[in-house]
Design a binder for this molecule. Structure first.
Ligand SMILES: [Zn+2]
Length: 113
């Protein structure tokens, strides 16, 4: 599959609403910036972004820098997952990991720009 096809798939996927249904390799993580409280959501590719490590609390680890678009603080996230991609433990400097429900609730409260 070419890059443009992938891009088209990504763009098309958002209109159907189900990010997880149409995106079998993507995982979404939601963060709240501790400085300004804004929400950030990132997509992680299961095949490329997760590392398998033996000496942590989970089977897989994601280490990612996350930047919110309000104060542009860089958050350093380390998230451990089990083999079913459930979060086992998370450590986010400058922010915190939140659930998708919390993300939705917070972003829906904001008045439309
Ligand atoms: Zn911020």
């Amino acid at each position: 599959m070419g890059f443009l096809d992938k891009l088209r798939q990504l763009l098309g996927g958002s209109t159907t609403g189900g990010a997880s249904a149409s995106d079998s390799t993507g995982l979404w993580f939601h963060f709240r910036c501790k400085r300004c409280g804004s929400m950030v959501r990132i997509r992680v590719d299961r095949r490329n972004d997760l590392n398998r490590e033996d000496d942590g609390p989970g089977a897989l680890v994601l280490r990612k820098e996350v930047m919110d678009d309000s104060c542009f603080q860089l958050m350093q996230a380390e998230i451990w997952l089990d083999n079913s991609y459930n979060v086992v433990s998370s450590d986010v400097s400058g922010g915190e990991l939140v659930t998708e429900e919390a993300y939705r609730a917070a972003t829906e409260d904001e008045p439309p720009a």
